[in-house]
Design a protein around this ligand. Sequence first.
Ligand SMILES: [Zn+2]
Length: 138
Amino acid sequence: MPEPAPPKREKQSPTDVSFLRPTALGFIRMRGKTDNGRRWYQEIEPELAYILVREGAAVVVNRHTIRRLYSNKEFRQLILTRDNYTCRFCGKYGDTIDHELPRAKGGHTTPVNCVCACYECNQLKANRDVDEFMGMLD
Ligand SMILES: [Zn+2]
């Protein structure tokens, strides 16, 4: 039996933020799942939505909505296995997540901004950004 022809429809790229349009109230909707598989939903600033999509933490679902790709637990797993449980700063075993640009300074929890760190480096680095911290190690 021949395959039915795929429906002809313009489809936006899931990573194309230019497709996003804020709602009448000026927000983008974001949805996702908790570690327990419960669905959640929140409204966020468009600027944040663009960053989350560009940095690989979310995809565009439709013009008002993005979907967070990972629960907290999944995100942690993703970063630690990507970095082979190796601290980005000292090269030893690590199993904590560090925000290269700290959240306190506007960094976000995305694959681009997060790396594996050992407990000691993570504590020591605290709210410093990478350049500051690497300077301290020299
Ligand atoms: Zn370390």
